[in-house]
Design a protein around this ligand. Sequence first.
Ligand code: N01
Length: 513
Amino acid sequence: MLYCLREAGFSTRVYEAGDGVGGVWYWNRYPGARCDIESIYYNYTFSKELYQEWTWTSKYPAQDEILRYLNHVAEKFALRRDIQFNTRITAAHFDEANNRWTLQLDDGTNVTAKYFISGVGCLSAANLPNFKGLNRFKGQWYHTGKWPKEKVDFTGKRVGVIGTGSSGVQAIPVIAKEANHLTVFQRTPQYTIPARNYGYDPEFIKQTKEDFEEVKRLMRESSTGSGLLIRNVSALSDPPEKRQQVYEKAWAEGGFALTSAYYDLFINEEANKTAADFIRSKIKEIVHNPEVAEKLLPDYYFGTKRPILDTDYYETYNRENVTLVDVKKEPIVEITSNGIRTKESEYKLDILVFATGYDGMTGPLFKIDIRGKDGVKLKEKWEEGSKVRTYLGLATEGFPNFFMITGPESPSVLVNMPSAIEQHVEWIADCLQFLREHEVETIEPTLEVEEAWSKHCREVAETTLYVKTDSWYTGANIAGKPRSFLIYLGGFDNYKHKCNEVAAAGYDGFTLS
Ligand code: N01
């Protein structure tokens, strides 16, 4: 965003809470953290030169490699000189008399700006469940999303991990290898698929660089925003033996081959069950102890919590030094000075890892006291999330000149994030240039278009199985958070087309004044 606005001649300043660039890849330094999107699609496409000069080492690179990439981008385009690090924005208020935003910084100073653009991400407000007694715990504790820069040494330690989402599933096998003993506190068993990561061959990299225009086209024009193409075949049209072969092949290939094997896995219960049964059978095959295997069997609709890619996750439960605790059967009662006490036992721990996720989508925005016209708070307008209304996930009525990068009701986390980010950034940069050229002071969507867009988002979501599962997608992971599905599921290609149409029609649906 900074690069585009600078190129367009705007005076731009970025505020960042961390002491470096990288966002999610800056904060998530937990052991095992790596990407689950193929790296050749997990980068920017605005600069061909950048694409040519950066070489990814593997299909799913680790966090430190992605952070190096983002630092390289910051360096190459001299971005840091306009970024103020170690600074949190605590409030952003719109001043109607002057049509300016006033941002309050956590050092007590204020800045004013004509435009206010949030790049706070969808998963940056860590969820630390309110367990009784955490302050008494004598050991060290960490949240995966706020991992320290220094290496945490698990050697010889008794470690507890709470949570088995993407973060927990990545961290657990790595911690298990180092720790003296690992106890996993699992609430909901997960479906995870082997990543089968591998190092890239120099020939493949060379070819990919030559194919830059095709990579760019896939990232910008496909329904997933990446090279992941969903087969246009129903899981129910194949006879069971054929389907089994398809799943076996996808399992052997690893990555998201299985999720994209059939187009109806996430919209048809029967189709979904075929994939869920297949993964359950794999869990029973991999995990030696039948009682442990039984605890690991998921029973929600496959893929309706984010599908996970793992490296030796189920295999980890065959290790002597790993214990699995089912906290649905044996709830956590409190954290004691020595560990975790459940309804049945006390587990002595030296280190406790919270892999308990995030207050997704609205959480990062609500951490800032955002107020629009008439002093209305964003949190109040959206009634804490039960009435989120946006136009295209980019803007919301009553908050002029405020834009959200990957905001609620855009495709965001359900497509390739770099593609979603780039598309929003370019749309916003174009919009600001249009406003400047046409001497427009303020822009905001009308109530009618945002009502219609929100309704459309909900209707699309209702045609899928996603809404039937408790997950962070639906807000069900946060106590007291209203349930709503805030991600546009109609495909990145369709979404982008709609955004372009709106812009081409002179920002149709927006009030310009
Ligand atoms: O968080 P999660 P995450 N008591 O919300 C459990 C992206 N990501 O950080 O399922 C006990 O998925 C909770 O249990 P349940 C990706 O989009 C990507 O792992 O709610 N347990 C769950 O098991 C992902 O979806 C990558 O019953 C509690 C876990 O904690 C998103 O980030 C890597 C609990 C939280 O799982 C979030 O993933 C990492 C409690 N009170 C993350 N509260 C890659 O690119 C929560 N839990 C690979």
